[in-house]
Design a protein around this ligand. Structure first.
Ligand SMILES: Nc1nc2c(ncn2[C@@H]2O[C@H](COP(=O)(O)OP(=O)(O)OP(=O)(O)O)[C@@H](O)[C@H]2O)c(=O)[nH]1
Ligand SMILES: [Mg+2]
Length: 230
């Protein structure tokens, strides 16, 4: 089934991104896709800025984490007739120019999920530090071993899902472990996936605000306790 691009929804989880979200939404507004920003109870003007764009805006009344924000966006998009969904960070690290290739990945390969990869041929992680690269390579190896999926990247927030796949992938990990959970669910439901090269930028802003290496322990802990709860 080919994708009706007007029924593609871009899901933008956002927390304290007032200084960059305007530019991110401008880059997305130039496309023909539908956009939903999920403001995760930001104490700044993230939601107000998003409301001035053509994006739909959902607001969490308490801060829950990126995983929960994505699940809210998925629910909203599915209830508005989405045929495909793309998850796209609000902090300026993702590029709208990568979205057509992700959707083409779904279309051409009849895939359920298209996973963005910084580390496959043609992908890039601009200005990524060496320590983070090593940590991500290690995390990718762990994900390959735990899920059996032959992937080159993990914890990459740029991905596309068909609506049927998004209905099967219910995220219960509210915080950052959702990225591993999504890959586990892809394996569990035997969803067909394809990797697509994408470009992720590491700016001074994203590095100062983004994830610390020490948060890896929280992600591993959340993943283990999440698996035990299932
Ligand atoms: N950190 C964080 N981000 C959230 C939250 N809720 C939504 N987000 C959004 O989730 C996206 C990813 O968050 P980041 O902290 O940048 O995580 P990351 O991109 O995986 O990690 P870095 O590569 O270090 O930037 C951003 O668009 C955030 O605005 C939250 O509670 N905490
Ligand atoms: Mg980031």
């Amino acid at each position: 089934m080919s994708i009706n691009f007007e029924k593609v929804w871009i899901i933008v989880p956002a927390y304290r991104e007032a200084s960059v979200i305007g530019a991110v939404l401008d880059s997305l507004a130039a496309t023909k896709y539908q956009i939903v920003v999920v403001d995760d109870c930001s104490p700044d003007t993230t939601a107000e800025i998003a409301e001035r764009s053509r994006a739909h805006v959902c607001r969490h009344c308490i801060n829950l984490g990126q995983g929960a924000a994505i699940q809210t966006g998925i629910d909203y998009a599915l209830s508005n007739g989405a045929e495909a969904l793309v998850t796209f960070d609000a902090d300026g690290q993702h590029s709208a120019a990568d979205i057509p290739a992700l959707l083409e990945g779904l279309d051409k390969h009849k895939a359920d999920v298209a996973l963005g990869s910084r580390f496959t041929t043609g992908g890039a992680a601009h200005n990524m530090g060496g320590a983070r690269r090593t940590l991500l390579k290690l995390a990718t190896l762990m994900t390959r071993l735990s899920t059996g999926l032959n992937i080159s990247d993990t914890h990459n927030g740029l991905r596309a899902l068909r609506a049927e796949a998004a209905r099967k992938i219910r995220i219960t990990q509210n915080r950052m472990a959702h990225a591993s959970e999504i890959l586990s669910l892809v394996a569990q439901h035997k969803l067909k996936f394809v990797e697509v090269p994408v470009h992720i930028s590491y700016t001074d802003y994203s590095t100062s605000k983004g994830q610390r290496a020490s948060n890896s322990f929280n992600i591993i802990w959340d993943s283990i306790t999440g698996m035990l709860r299932r």
